[in-house]
Design a protein around this ligand. Structure first.
Ligand code: HPA
Length: 272
């Protein structure tokens, strides 16, 4: 069971080890772990050593928390995330975000690799998430609510903070980087979608599809954090290109474009 006390206990234990309260937290998706490599004065805590974090099991997800400075800001980076397809509940998958929120971060940057549904998207594109559709059938807030974490019925009408989003767009424009906007559909996976499911998602108003991020956004909004979400289009969604989907392709594209996203995130954090 995830309780206020379990979040607090993990947050206090991590704070003991890293020393400083973060201002900004980042969660890095598949192939994008590189941002953590440029954290200055990095203190590293493997997830396995944090009570309540489970080991992140997917290849390409390192599973460690890195705290330090990025462009002069106190940051904490969650390098590797927990997914529902690994068997975790939505609440467990989002637990690390609650912990960094409890540690003091007021802003959260979520990145992921996603399938592109919108016909304007090409692999390697960066898309700012402006809204989401939760199709997992799960919510990390289900069960008893502790008001010390947040309200019973949090408002989700601006889950991805428009002000943070506008700043990210501005930083991208100044850097000459094309950033599109999109609605992210969250499915549990782990099988990729069928072409018929992708046609359904398109009809529902989704531009991107993926297997992460939404539980983290929900607990962050619950705690009153401001969220920026950015997807890297790793592949065209099923049925939209001639070839089959593979995790290898997802990783390769994310790696190839990850450095562009890392650079933008650094400029963004500098401007916060
Ligand atoms: N579908 C779901 N999740 C994904 C995809 C996809 O096409 N690409 C990367 N993550």
């Amino acid at each position: 069971m995830i309780t206020y006390e379990s979040v607090k206990e993990a947050a206090d234990a991590v704070l003991d080890r890293v020393g400083e309260r973060p201002e900004v937290a980042l969660v890095l998706g598949s192939g994008m772990g590189g941002v953590a490599d440029v954290v200055e004065g990095a203190r590293v805590v493997p997830y396995a050593e944090i009570l309540g974090f489970a080991e992140a099991t997917v290849a390409g997800h390192a599973g460690r928390l890195v705290a330090g400075r990025l462009c002069g800001k106190r940051v904490v980076v969650l390098q590797g995330r927990l997914h529902l397809y690994e068997g975790y509940s939505a609440a467990r998958a989002a637990f690390p975000v609650r912990v960094v929120g409890m540690m003091g971060a007021r802003r959260l940057v979520l990145t992921n690799a996603a399938g592109g549904i919108c016909p304007d998207y090409r692999p390697g594109d960066l898309v700012r998430i402006v809204d989401h559709i939760n199709l997992s059938g799960e919510n990390p807030l289900s069960g008893p609510n502790d008001e010390r974490l947040g309200p019973r019925f949090p408002d989700m009408s601006a889950a991805y903070d428009p002000e943070l989003g506008a700043l990210f767009d501005q930083v991208a424009a100044e850097a000459g980087e094309r950033v599109l906007h999109g609605v992210y559909a969250f499915l549990r996976g782990p099988s990729y979608e069928t072409p018929a499911e992708i046609r359904m998602l398109r009809a529902l108003g989704a531009d991107l599809v993926g297997m992460s991020t939404v539980p983290e956004t929900i607990v962050a909004v619950h705690m009153g954090l401001s969220v920026l979400g950015v997807s890297l289009v790793a592949n065209l969604a099923a049925g939209l290109s001639a070839h089959r989907l593979s995790h290898d392709e997802v990783e390769r594209t994310a790696h190839a474009s990850g450095e562009r996203l890392a650079r933008l995130l650094r400029s963004f954090i500098e401007r916060l």
